[in-house]
Design a protein around this ligand. Structure first.
Ligand code: PEP
Ligand code: MG
Length: 544
């Protein structure tokens, strides 16, 4: 239900005559425009008696025509490779064999939606049986089926809308496939589910799209409603006037221009230095923004789909390429397991993988993998004349940290650290820092393990909000341990790229923030607006 505006705290510049909804802002920026809901796959009604098979057959024909027409229209708008894919799908919808099969079912007494469902299912099975590339395309038929059935039922077609004008995309949740296909006409994203570390959030931040998740009630609004979205505060204003809409657009254009021009190292208003670093998965990401280096090089991203282990030489060349592009690089050793399976490791299936053999723990089963990687990092560093920092994921005890540090240092790697991703590591931060040179807090996993809430689980999104005092206390503990030891403590989880959180993290004693390139300018700006004392004050208030 829209509320009366009290909960959102009054976002400047809009009244929203239809009230407001409150969600979690996960990607900065404001946008305003007509909303369109992402169509859900239709549910087949219970089969009933059919009185006019001819009419059902006509509905089948019209539904398939509508699907093909919609895909061809989108192909025209998309152009290039995407157009070819969409045209090929349209041709499947126009396939006479499919039509004949569905008509056979209507003649047999089935209603149009059921006849389409049966015909597509048969087509899909035939494709799957052919194997290879064609079998992979079988999943596309499900999308076509959903579209055809929705059309026969008189419902909006599922899948990304393409209304031909800019719009705010509203959905229950977005799959990675939906988000990957977003076109330039999407102004902002609002989802009813999802959390701060969900795909929607990460992708939206990567593209600089304002986004609000966990926004209860948004799917109950009508398509075409003018809404305003504030990806910082999480507020969604309903029924914006034309004047309000154009104010939002102007304000956002000015904000983006200002951010684009922003340069230089991270500093608070009184000159306290906070390193602004990048999270990268490959060498190409290293040049994404004006940053002070790479704070998290996720090496597993290089080898995600591999069936064969990457050779020593291959690793050396991949790492050396990154070292050549960035002046300061923190390399994280392979973080395999749970949501990032690495098939080439051949790890056994687990009943409870998030609590199982992942990250550094893989070394318990396959010790050679870490040793080869450390050798490759050291060799790449010598080749590129670099002095990388190296850290391990999913470290729990000082014993693990010490063992990792000894093995890295034995290879000439001078700066060795560990990630803090489980509460035990945060609670033992002082002990860890007796073994290593720095800590890097992975707030995505630290939230997951602190609140016992799967980081991908949309229903538990509120538990994963990094503003939770319990999480902030653990970060504060790391910051304090770093201060005592005189060693750096960074944050490299998604929280580091949130400009509202950045000053708070600095107030907790964090010395560097590592994030997606697109987040750097807004974080730089947020820090420049506050003094270190103000950061500490915010931290104190948040902990209370
Ligand atoms: C984290 O857990 O916060 C982190 C940075 O690691 P990843 O997201 O790669 O698990
Ligand atoms: Mg992690």
């Amino acid at each position: 239900m829209p509320d009366d505006g009290a909960r959102g705290g009054g976002t400047e510049g809009w009244e929203g005559a239809g009230g407001r909804l409150a969600g979690l802002g996960v990607s900065q920026g404001r946008a305003a425009g007509p909303m369109i809901r992402l169509g859900e796959p239709p549910k087949l009604p219970a089969p009933g008696p059919v009185t006019d098979p001819g009419a059902e057959a006509a509905t089948v024909g019209k539904a398939l025509e509508a699907v093909a027409a919609e895909l061809n229209r989108r192909a025209l708008a998309a152009g290039g490779e995407a157009a070819e894919i969409l045209e090929a799908l349209a041709m499947i919808a126009e396939d006479p064999i499919l039509l004949e099969e569905a008509e056979r079912h209507t003649a047999g007494g089935h209603a149009a939606p059921h006849a389409l469902d049966a015909a597509f299912t048969k087509h899909r099975e035939a494709l799957a049986a052919l194997g290879g590339y064609l079998a992979e395309r079988a999943a596309d038929l499900d999308d076509l089926k959903h579209r055809a059935v929705a059309s026969a039922l008189g419902l909006p077609m599922p899948g990304l809308p393409s209304p031909g004008h800019p719009y705010v995309l509203v959905a229950t949740d977005l799959s990675p496939a939906d988000t990957a296909g977003l076109g330039p006409d999407v102004l902002a994203l609002v989802t009813e589910r999802g959390g701060p570390t969900s795909h929607t959030a990460i992708l939206a931040r990567g593209r600089g799209l304002p986004a609000v998740v966990a926004c209860a009630g948004v799917m109950a609004l009508d398509d075409g409603t003018m809404i305003g979205v504030d990806g910082g505060t999480g507020e969604v204003a309903i029924g914006l006037s034309e004047r309000e809409t154009s104010e939002v657009v102007q304000g956002e254009t000015a904000r983006r221009a200002r951010l684009q021009a922003s340069r230089g190292p991270g500093r608070t208003a009184d000159g306290h230095a906070v390193k602004l670093l990048l999270n990268i998965g490959s060498a190409a990401d290293a040049e994404e923004a004006d940053a002070e280096g790479v704070g998290l090089f996720r090496t597993e991203f290089l080898f995600l789909d591999r069936r064969q282990p990457p050779s020593f030489e291959e690793q050396v060349s991949a790492y050396a390429e990154v070292f050549a592009r960035a002046k300061h690089v923190v390399v994280r050793t392979l973080d395999a397991g749970t949501d990032k399976p690495l098939p080439f490791l051949g790890l056994p299936e687990e009943q409870n993988p998030a609590l199982g053999v992942r990250g550094l723990r893989v070394d318990r089963l396959l010790p050679g993998v870490l040793d080869t990687q450390l050798d490759a990092i050291a060799a790449a560093a010598r080749q590129a004349g670099a002095e990388p920092w190296v850290m391990a994921p999913m470290v729990t005890t000082a014993g693990e940290a010490g063992d990792f540090a000894r093995r890295a240092r034995a290879r000439g790697i001078a700066r060795v650290g560990v990630m803090v991703e489980v509460p035990a590591a945060a609670l033992g931060a002082g002990r860890l820092l007796r073994e290593v040179d720095f800590l890097s807090i992975g707030t995505n996993d630290l939230a997951q393990y602190t609140f016992a809430a799967d980081r991908q689980h949309s229903v538990l999104a509120d538990l994963l909000d990094p503003r939770q005092p319990a999480l902030l206390e653990l970060i504060a503990r790391c910051g304090e341990a770093g201060r005592r030891a005189g060693k750096p403590v960074g944050v490299c989880g998604e929280a580091a790229g949130d400009p509202l959180l950045a000053p708070l993290l600095v107030g907790l004693g964090v010395t560097s923030l590592s994030m997606a390139g697109v987040c750097v300018p807004a974080v730089r700006e947020a820090l420049a607006e506050v003094t270190l004392d103000e950061c500490r004050e915010r931290a104190r208030a948040a902990l209370e």
